[in-house]
Design a protein around this ligand. Structure first.
Ligand SMILES: Nc1ncnc2c1ncn2[C@@H]1O[C@H](COP(=O)(O)OS(=O)(=O)O)[C@@H](OP(=O)(O)O)[C@H]1O
Length: 402
């Protein structure tokens, strides 16, 4: 009797349609929670259109950077397993530097400055990047690494070839970089380091986090600020003949504001005397020795690597070899990664990061420069010569611009 009662109860429990519905609903709810959880985790590790790579390592210690080599194997494996970001979004520095700007007399730069901030964020939005909300997701880590402050920064120079260098470096599995220029140490410093860290890609132990903002090189406060973040930060400067750099800078501005005065009229304070207007940022940025002096107050020379913008075009693998050595990385990026694209007139990657297709930089890189009168060019060469000599002396490297 008792036995049949138990059986009856069990039967009722197992087959009651109401209970069945409840169980089904419960299972569906659990599945929904599980899917939601997976989706949040996946989205957090997904590469955004920002071009960012979400791999890297903690900043601030040279020992950490050296340790990276030991972890290469693991980092390699993980980086292959992780989703890859969208590389090759073509961005350029469209703005003039704070320190140059404040001392600049020319309206040309000030006009550009007026809409500078907005353009910068638009630029990032184009890439799908958003200004991070302070504290948001800062401690979130779902096994694909965490965001670290950069251990290496490409600090300059504007129009030197900084985009090419960063895009080439991103091919390395142990480098993860922000695509857009954060401009933290010049324009966004008040936002704080946590804001800055949020911009960084997620990285694994043994990987290097990087960013590039060419205006840092000429920002007076940048060396002290970077040093305050970490005295061990490795600095990379891509330098280019200051005369062609100035013309390239002018060409960029001209492409956005076709009504600006001629290069010649902006170059000279007085055309007859041939006095150069050093308050024009396009001229001032090229006085490398002066800017370098400021950096040497905070960083030893062996913590700064100078990459030749010219050689980055004529021998990209050679320059990339030096950069990988400087960063303590295995030389993974070699000749095999590049080909010369005749149409573009520049070296391009056979396979960009996260893609199997060849890639060249976009049309804002490698613009045709306007013809500048040879006399003006010569006058500028004469102007820069002593500064170049000083720069060669300081760096112990003759860049061959004279
Ligand atoms: N591989 C490759 N492809 C295209 N362009 C290349 C490459 N390597 C170096 N360059 C040179 O990079 C110059 C632009 O420099 P930046 O990227 O530093 O410019 S920016 O400051 O970020 O706007 C750009 O200057 P312009 O030629 O005046 O446009 C190029 O000369």
């Amino acid at each position: 009797m008792e036995y049949s009662l138990v059986c009856h109860n069990l039967y009722a429990f197992s087959f009651s349609p109401v209970k069945k519905k409840f169980i089904l609903l419960g299972i569906m709810f659990l599945l929904w929670v599980y899917m939601l959880y997976s989706c949040v985790g996946y989205c957090a590790t997904m590469p955004s259109l920002v071009v960012d790579n979400y791999r890297g390592k903690e900043t601030g210690s040279v020992s950490g950077v050296v340790k990276r080599t030991e972890n290469n194997g693991r980092a390699d494996l993980m980086s292959r397993l992780l989703p890859r970001p969208q590389p090759w979004v073509d961005i350029e520095s469209d703005y003039d530097e704070t320190s140059v700007r404040t001392s600049s007399r020319d309206l040309l730069n000030n006009e550009i400055d007026a809409d500078r901030g907005a353009e910068d964020w638009n630029e990032m939005r184009v890439e799908g990047h958003r200004a991070p909300e302070p504290g948001a997701m800062s401690s979130f880590s779902n096994g694909s690494g965490s965001k670290k402050l950069p251990q290496a920064i490409i600090i300059g120079v504007k129009k030197g070839g900084t985009r090419a260098l960063l895009e080439f470096l991103r091919v390395h599995p142990d480098i993860r970089a922000v695509g857009a220029e954060p401009h933290f140490f010049d324009r966004n410093y008040e936002n704080g380091l946590e804001w800055y860290r949020e911009l960084m890609p997620k990285t694994l132990e043994g990987q290097i986090t990087m960013e590039k903002t060419p205006s840092y090189f000429v920002t007076r406060e940048a060396p002290a600020r970077i040093s305050a973040m970490s005295r061990d930060t490795k600095l990379i400067v891509v330098v280019r003949d200051p005369v062609t750099r100035a013309i390239s800078d002018y060409t960029q501005t001209l492409s956005k504001k076709p009504d600006i005065p001629t290069f010649e009229s902006l170059t000279f304070k007085n055309r007859t005397t041939g006095l150069i207007d050093t308050s024009w940022s396009a001229i001032q940025i090229g006085i490398y020795a002066k800017h370098l002096d400021n950096w040497l107050q905070y960083f030893p020379m062996d913590q700064i690597l100078f990459v030749s913008g010219e050689r980055l075009i004529s021998d990209p693998a050679g320059e990339l070899g030096r950069v990988q050595d400087f960063l303590g990385l295995k030389r993974i990026i070699t000749d095999k990664h590049f080909y010369f694209n005749q149409t573009k007139g520049f070296p391009c990657l056979k396979k960009a990061e996260g893609s199997s297709k060849p890639h060249c930089l976009g049309k804002t890189k490698g613009r045709t420069h306007p013809n500048i009168h040879p006399e003006v060019v010569q006058r500028l060469r004469d102007f820069y010569r002593p500064f170049n000599m000083k720069f060669y002396q300081m760096t112990g490297h003759n860049f061959g611009w004279d």
